[in-house]
Design a protein around this ligand. Structure first.
Ligand code: FES
Length: 138
């Protein structure tokens, strides 16, 4: 017997709890294609070869507006993740990485990389699933 049938008072609560649940998946089956930054070839910061420190071992889902420009934190030290807050400019931290300017062509929810190791900046490409990243202490 379904718990909602047995305890109707929990049916609404259960529905509310599951309403906004989204799961990240890089499975090839029915996942949407991973977006590409339209500004990738515009800003030289996109050509940086280094990667920042791991901020989190999973991506961040956020609603982004089409045509708006964003700055994604690459150094991993921003206090406003996943966006840049200017921490990389602190001369005492000696951070050489610059943020990635990006935009999107469609207003919707996107998965932004939080491990800072993605090869498709700033979007998560599943790199965070690598064992060495998952084993890293943060
Ligand atoms: S969080 Fe998924 S690749 Fe970085």
């Amino acid at each position: 017997m379904n718990i909602s049938n047995r305890y109707p008072q929990f049916a609404r609560l259960s529905a509310l709890c599951h309403k906004n649940v989204s799961r990240f998946s890089t499975e090839k089956t029915d996942s949407p294609p991973i977006p590409v930054n339209p500004l990738k070839d515009v800003y030289s910061a996109n050509n940086q070869t280094g990667t920042g420190v791991i901020y989190d071992k999973k991506p961040f889902r956020i609603l982004l507006k089409a045509g708006k420009n964003y700055s994604w934190c690459l150094c991993g030290q921003s206090k406003n993740q996943p966006f840049c807050d200017g921490t990389h400019k602190d001369i005492f931290l000696k951070i050489k990485l610059r943020p990635i300017r990006f935009t999107v062509t469609e207003t919707k929810n996107y998965w932004l990389c939080n491990c800072k190791q993605t090869t498709n900046r700033p979007f998560c490409d599943g790199t965070h699933k690598r064992q060495d990243i998952q084993d890293k202490k943060i």
